[in-house]
Structures are given as structure tokens and as C-alpha cells.
Design a protein around this ligand. Structure first.
Ligand SMILES: *[C@@H]1O[C@H](CO)[C@@H](O)[C@H](O)[C@H]1NC(C)=O
Ligand SMILES: *[C@@H]1O[C@H](CO)[C@@H](O)[C@H](O)[C@H]1NC(C)=O
Ligand SMILES: *[C@@H]1O[C@H](CO)[C@@H](O)[C@H](O)[C@H]1NC(C)=O
Ligand SMILES: *[C@@H]1O[C@H](CO)[C@@H](O)[C@H](O)[C@H]1NC(C)=O
Ligand SMILES: *[C@@H]1O[C@H](CO)[C@@H](O)[C@H](O)[C@H]1NC(C)=O
Ligand SMILES: *[C@@H]1O[C@H](CO)[C@@H](O)[C@H](O)[C@H]1NC(C)=O
Ligand SMILES: CC(=O)N[C@H]1CO[C@H](CO)[C@@H](O)[C@@H]1O
Ligand SMILES: [Ca+2]
Length: 515
């Protein structure tokens, strides 16, 4: 084969856009972030850079994580497989020690096989290394997570370093902020949300690109699932300040277009490298906010996520809001589609084929799509927090299957020490009003099946599972959910009243355990 042919073949192998230009991806993920932004109509917080990005994005109103826990969510974002299928059943670090299965074909693996350069800056929180390889990696594995995940000046310089490489390949860069995660459990000296880290006060250090913005507790917007107490309001105010670091929040500089921090800084690096016109930018968060019914829960409050998808090639719907249902399981298919890489089909165990159940979101950038269903699956957060749940959101209905409904819902270490939860415990113990939408007893002890109709009950306060008027909806949703469990090889598919016996018929064998 002549050299010219070899060159041509090599060129053909490079992923090029329709116009023949190289395409890149920048994925921005907040840690435990929610809808605290102007783009999602929170008028109490300043997020000029996210709002500016939204002007160049399709904004998803109904986007959901498939699991409300950090490592499992990141693993599902990076594989397109739910936690029960990729093996990341809970947190990755320390004693929790969860990992994905060795044979999982992750997004960074598939991309590198397709000659795309991969980089990660910030919180990785998944393993093993062989399943999640990145060419360029500054993460908690070899740096301080505060530096690579919260110090926006350091993040900016790392982004620049990645973009200035002489490598000609298209790239996938994953910037995984550690903001606005809580801090009270790991670095309490910096405040409940690390809102003091780098603010220039004595002992806090300084982040040159950040102008901290304080918020007053009276002015925060309370989500319906957060108690209206001084403690929770102060907690939210600290969270806002930390979100301001990720976004910047300095409205004046944003208006002057010298986008000055966090997300703004990263986008500015992209722009000054001349890459903003070839790069798909996605912004989302991994799980619900760290408040009651948020993170670790499969309620709407624990799974609904912000999602902005900004394509320089699809300007048709810039600034529009989509009602179509999106799952973070869709990100791997979306990114593969953007690079024109076929979806993988392989097996992890035996002959069972692994196929992505998510969809590419790119068609929504052109016209509104009729997507109305998403699924969720949770097993652990911390290793001690075994509380398996499966859920489906179909149109305005949400059905949750609590497999271990007889045990109290577990509480994580980080949330336990939070001012909001401590205050709830104190008030409950003292029999004072909690100003919360639930009681602790209700929070701990859940029904096996929880069915909510969000069109008449947006706060998911009324469980309709035993209401005979909804019997048909209940059966339909149960069947949908079960089918998805079979399609994704869920080892829990027969639980809690049966045992999975793959060589018997039926495969679910009864336990007669009174459930
Ligand atoms: C914000 O509110 C406006 C006006 O009600 C609405 O049109 C828009 O869809 C909302 N945005 C989101 C992201 O929900
Ligand atoms: C972290 O590891 C990457 C390789 O994955 C390497 O390029 C980088 O220099 C390391 N950073 C530090 C601070 O050791
Ligand atoms: C943040 O990073 C910059 C650049 O590396 C450094 O000068 C600064 O001291 C860091 N700030 C903190 C609070 O660590
Ligand atoms: C910026 O600040 C000005 C004055 O403080 C305010 O009127 C304006 O609404 C703010 N804009 C944004 C985008 O936050
Ligand atoms: C960006 O790409 C579009 C086509 O997708 C083109 O019309 C436009 O001129 C480009 N802008 C820049 C600054 O390169
Ligand atoms: C809860 O009560 C304990 C003991 O009375 C007290 O030390 C703590 O400050 C209280 N916490 C909150 C958030 O009110
Ligand atoms: C159980 C309960 O009290 N639910 C309430 C939660 O708050 C909303 C309004 O914010 C009410 O409509 C619900 O009834
Ligand atoms: Ca998280």
C-alpha cells in the first residue's frame, strides 16, 4: 500500500464533523450541584457564566441522573451503564472500595481507541485505572482535590496546559469540579461547603481569580424539600458562595465579557485557544444536592439535574428550554455520536451482551424530541449504606421500588454533620417544629412501592401506590421498570421476594419470605 493511501486511510479514521472539521468535547460536571443558577430561574443567585453558556445551549428541564451518589453516577456518566451493570455499586474511595468490572468499555477507553485524546481535571472518583484511562490526568489520585477541584486558578492553568499540547488529535476534556460539595465532614476548617477556601481571610489562602460573593440567609430560595429554618438557610447561603466560585458570580466582569472564573475561566481558555467553534460543551452535575431527600435518594429532589448541551454546529435551539426527558446515561451515547463512533456491543460476564440503553441527545438540538421515560438504580452510597432502589420516571409519574423498605433509610457521614440535618435532629429530639415537609420517621421508613403523580403533586408528598385509581398506572410502570432491569442485566431483578436462578425457568424463584 502506497504512502498516499496509508495517509488517506489514517485521515478517514480520524473522527471529523460533517463539515470535515475536527470535533472536540468539553464535559463540565459540578459535584452535588442543583438548580441554583439563573438559567434555572433561581433569581437569588448570580451565575452569569452558566447563564451565558445557556444562551449557546439547549437547556434540559427534565434531566435526571441514574443514581444519586458520586462514584456510581460518574461511572454511569462515563460508561452509559447503570451502577448495577458497570459494577460501581457505591463510593470508590477508602473503605468503600467500589470499582467497575474489569471488562467494562468506558467512554475514555473507547475514545482513545478511536484516536481521541482524553483529559481529566478534578475529581475522578472511579476505578480501576485500566477501565478509566486518561492521557492527561490531574485528579485526587495524584493531586490535592481542593487544588484540582476547587482552586479555579489552578484549574484554569491545567486547562490551558491541556489545550496547548502539540497533539493534533481531537480531544475529550472532562473538568470535574469538586464545588459545590460539602466540606464539613472532610475539611471543616473551610466551612460547611468549603466556601471559605481561598477567600483571602487569615489561614484560608487566596484564589487569584475568585471574588467571593457572600449571600444572606434571608435571600436564598428554599427548594420544597429543605426545611425552612435559620440553620438550613445559612447552609444554602454557604452553598451559593461555593457555586459562585465554580461559576464566578461576578456579574460586572461577566457583562464585560472577561469571563472571570470557574466555568467562565474554562470557557475563556477554550475561546482563546480558538476551539470554541469546534467543541461540544456539556454542563451537568452528578447527583442531587446534599440536603434531605436530595443526594442518596431517588426522589425527584435526589435525581433531577441541570443539563446544558452547547453545540457550535447546532445553533437552531440555542437558549431554548427542552421538556424532553434526558438521563445522564445518555451522555456516553451523545459523545460517541458526536465523534461518529459506533456504540459498543460486548460482554462483561459470559455471553450476555452489554448494550447502551441511553440515547444520543444530539437530535434534540435540532428539534424537540418525544422522550418521556428515564430510569434510576441505586445500591449503596457508603459501603454501610446498603439501600437498593430502582425507579422509573414516565411522563409525570415516578415509581420507586424500595427493595429494603423494612430497614431505616441510611444517612451518610457528610450529610449527618451538616447544619441542616443536625438542626433537624435537634428539633425532632426537642419536639419542636421542624419546618420540614416530612418527619424523620417518614424519611427513615418508606413503603416498598412509592408512586407519585407530579402533575398534581409536584412535591411528591402523596404515595398513590395503594390507590386503586392508579392500579393500572402502577402495573404499567412496574412492567417498564422490570423490563429495563432485565435489559441491563440487573442482578437484583428478582429481589426482594425471589432469587435469580439463570439456569432455571422461571429465572426468578420464589422465597416465600412474606413480602
Ligand atoms: C424559567 O421561567 C420561564 C418563565 O416562566 C420559562 O419560560 C422557562 O422555561 C424557565 N426555565 C427553565 C429552565 O425552567
Ligand atoms: C498526575 O498523573 C498524570 C498522568 O496521568 C501526569 O501527567 C501528571 O504529571 C501527574 N500530576 C502530578 C501532580 O503528579
Ligand atoms: C490556587 O492556585 C494558585 C495557582 O496555583 C495558587 O497561587 C494559590 O495559592 C492557590 N490557592 C489556594 C487557596 O490554595
Ligand atoms: C448584575 O447586577 C446588577 C446590579 O447589581 C443587576 O441589576 C443585574 O440584574 C445583574 N445581572 C445579572 C445577569 O445578574
Ligand atoms: C463557526 O462555525 C460556523 C459554522 O458551523 C461558521 O459559520 C462560523 O463562521 C464559525 N465562526 C468562527 C469564529 O470560526
Ligand atoms: C444541636 O444540638 C447540640 C446539642 O444541644 C448543639 O451543640 C448544636 O449546636 C445543635 N446544632 C444545631 C445545628 O442547632
Ligand atoms: C407532606 C407535606 O407536608 N407536603 C407538603 C410539602 O410542601 C408543599 C408546598 O411547598 C405542599 O403542597 C405539600 O403538601
Ligand atoms: Ca457528588
Amino acid at each position: 500500500m502506497g504512502l498516499r493511501w496509508a495517509l488517506l486511510l489514517l485521515l478517514l479514521a480520524l473522527p471529523l464533523g460533517r463539515a470535515g472539521r475536527a470535533r472536540n468535547v468539553l464535559l463540565l460536571v459540578a459535584d452535588d450541584g442543583g438548580f441554583e443558577s439563573g438559567v434555572y430561574n433561581n433569581s437569588a443567585i448570580n451565575t452569569p457564566n452558566l447563564d451565558a453558556l445557556a444562551g449557546r445551549s439547549l437547556v434540559f428541564r427534565n434531566a435526571f441522573t441514574s443514581v444519586s451518589s458520586c462514584s456510581p453516577s460518574r461511572a454511569s456518566i462515563l460508561t452509559g451503564l447503570p451502577q448495577h451493570q458497570n459494577g460501581m455499586y457505591g463510593l470508590h474511595q477508602d473503605v468503600h472500595h467500589f470499582n467497575s468490572f474489569d471488562k467494562v468499555q468506558s467512554l475514555p477507553l473507547l475514545l482513545s481507541q478511536a484516536h481521541i485524546r482524553t483529559g481529566i481535571i478534578g475529581k475522578k472518583h472511579v476505578g480501576p485505572e485500566t477501565v478509566y484511562p486518561f492521557d492527561f490526568a490531574y485528579t485526587e489520585e495524584n493531586s490535592s482535590v481542593l487544588q484540582v477541584g476547587r482552586n479555579i486558578t489552578r484549574i484554569k492553568r491545567l486547562v490551558r496546559k491541556f489545550l496547548q499540547s502539540q497533539d493534533e488529535r481531537p480531544f475529550f476534556l472532562y473538568v470535574a469540579f469538586h464545588d459545590p460539595h460539602r466540606c464539613g465532614h472532610s475539611q471543616p476548617q473551610y466551612g460547611a461547603f468549603c466556601e471559605k477556601f481561598g477567600n483571602g481571610e487569615s489561614g484560608m489562602g487566596w484564589i487569584p481569580d475568585w471574588k467571593p460573593q457572600p449571600y444572606s440567609p434571608e435571600h436564598v430560595q428554599l427548594p420544597y424539600f429543605v426545611p425552612d429554618t435559620p440553620a438550613a438557610r445559612a447552609d444554602l447561603a454557604a452553598q451559593y458562595t461555593t457555586i459562585g466560585r465554580m461559576d464566578q458570580g461576578n456579574n460586572r466582569t461577566a457583562l464585560l465579557f472577561s469571563l472571570h472564573a470557574g466555568i467562565g475561566l474554562v470557557l475563556e481558555e477554550l475561546r482563546s485557544a480558538g476551539l470554541h467553534n469546534t467543541t461540544l460543551v456539556i454542563y451537568t452535575s452528578d447527583n442531587g444536592i446534599p440536603f434531605p431527600s436530595g443526594r442518596t435518594n431517588l426522589y425527584w429532589s435526589g435525581t433531577a439535574e441541570p443539563l446544558l448541551v452547547s453545540s457550535p454546529e447546532h445553533t437552531e435551539r440555542w437558549g431554548q428550554v427542552s421538556q424532553a426527558y434526558a438521563s445522564l446515561l445518555d451522555l456516553t451515547p451523545t459523545i460517541l455520536d458526536w465523534f461518529a463512533i459506533p456504540y459498543p456491543s460486548y460482554s462483561i460476564f459470559g455471553t450476555k451482551t452489554v448494550q447502551l440503553t441511553g440515547k444520543s441527545l444530539l437530535p434534540a438540538l435540532v428539534s424537540e424530541q418525544p422522550w418521556i421515560t428515564v430510569f434510576s438504580s441505586q445500591s449503596h452510597h457508603e459501603v454501610t449504606m446498603y439501600y437498593p432502589m430502582r425507579a422509573i420516571q414516565h411522563q409525570h409519574f415516578r415509581l420507586i421500588h424500595n427493595l429494603h423498605f423494612r430497614t431505616p433509610f441510611p444517612i451518610d457521614q457528610d450529610f449527618y454533620v451538616s447544619p441542616t440535618f443536625q438542626d433537624l435532629l435537634n428539633r425532632t429530639r426537642a419536639r419542636q417544629p421542624t419546618h420540614w415537609n416530612k418527619t424523620l420517621h417518614q424519611y427513615y421508613y418508606r413503603d416498598r412501592w412509592e408512586l407519585f403523580d407530579r402533575s398534581s403533586d409536584p412535591t411528591e408528598s402523596r404515595n398513590l401506590a395503594s390507590d386503586s385509581q392508579y392500579a393500572e398506572v402502577l402495573e404499567l410502570l412496574k412492567a417498564h421498570l422490570l423490563k429495563w432491569q432485565w435489559d441491563t442485566n440487573d442482578p437484583w431483578v428478582c429481589a426482594p421476594d425471589g432469587v435469580l436462578e439463570e439456569k432455571l425457568s422461571p429465572q426468578c424463584q420464589p422465597l416465600y419470605n412474606e413480602l
